[in-house]
Design a protein around this ligand. Structure first.
Ligand code: SAM
Length: 285
């Protein structure tokens, strides 16, 4: 069997599930993962006979893709801020909008130009914590998650990318203690109300960890409120909170932070949706 025949088979069998452009880029990633051939070599070698183990790997991948498994969980890799990260089903696949959050924090920290203490709450693959440490090597960065399995992935990623980070396993909703004070607390917490599950893509709701995605319908802002409460005790003077958020929670979040004694501002993502929030404590009268 050749790459060309496999490509045709994948395109036919996955046509209902993916747009043509998305499918082409997905196949190129998958083909490189299995054969080790980059895009040019995939064209040059398209009529080469593949080994049986490669053909088996392709057929397993095709079954997985038809079930809706995200390509990143098949290859075990995802890209974030120009770095390749290891991912598995214990961690959320890092998203491009989260790169924009990292950019915002980096912009802020660069202006302050001091060795800051930064905490990433709900670190998952470690994408935010690791990217910040790499962009701001003089800062001290810590990452916290409730999931031991997620922290295993984050630690491995930090090791591969030579990022020195302190890791903590904690349930932030139960924690009243953090090991020190921070200049920046950043978080991309779970924020999707369970009721939205019905409209979500199979790839997300059936494969990504629900603990990373969902919050109760009754209290969807619980992580923001909890972290804002902790911020009162654990932010250094002029400390900042940075969050990723659901695009339609902006108004509710501004009200929540105002009520809790913070100035807050929203920032839009590249698609023009409110997706990030920054907050700092109001000066006491
Ligand atoms: C939306 S994911 C974000 C992962 C990663 N920071 C990113 O941006 O891709 C939320 C993360 O919060 C963690 N989490 C969920 N509940 C938590 C809790 N009660 N305490 C601490 N972490 C929690 C999940 O395990 C998950 O890794």
């Amino acid at each position: 069997m050749t790459l060309l025949t496999l490509k045709q088979q994948f395109k036919t069998e996955l046509a209902d599930q993916y747009e043509n452009i998305e499918l082409s880029s997905l196949l190129s990633i998958l083909f490189e993962h299995i054969t080790g051939w980059n895009q040019i070599n995939q064209v040059v070698n398209k009529d080469e006979n593949l080994t049986q183990s490669n053909v088996d790997a392709f057929q397993n991948a095709l079954t997985a893709l038809k079930e809706g498994r995200p390509i990143q969980y098949i290859t075990g890799k995802a890209w974030f801020m120009g770095n390749e990260l290891m991912v598995n089903e214990n961690v959320l696949i890092p998203r491009p909008e989260t790169e924009e959050l990292v950019d915002w924090v980096t912009e802020y920290a660069t202006i302050i130009d001091k060795p800051l203490q930064i905490m990433d709450i709900g670190t998952g693959s470690g994408c935010i914590a690791i990217s910040l440490k790499l962009a701001l090597p003089n800062c001290m960065v810590a990452g916290l998650d409730i999931s031991e399995d997620a922290l295993e992935v984050a630690k491995e990623n930090a090791k591969q990318l030579n990022a020195e980070i302190s890791w903590m396993q904690e349930n932030i909703l139960d924690t009243t203690y953090l090991p020190n004070k921070f200049d920046i607390i950043v978080s991309n917490p779970p924020y999707i109300p369970f009721k939205e599950n019905v409209n979500m893509q199979v790839q997300v709701k059936n494969f990504e960890p629900s603990i990373a995605l969902f919050v109760t319908n009754e209290d969807p802002l619980i992580f923001y409120r909890t972290i804002a409460r902790l911020g009162k005790q654990y932010l250094n003077p002029n400390g900042q909170l940075f969050f990723e958020m659901h695009y339609d929670q902006g108004k509710a979040l501004l009200a929540l932070f105002d009520e809790m004694g913070y100035h807050a501002e929203l920032r839009m993502d590249m698609f023009g949706k409110d997706r990030m929030l920054r907050a700092s404590l109001k000066a006491r009268a």
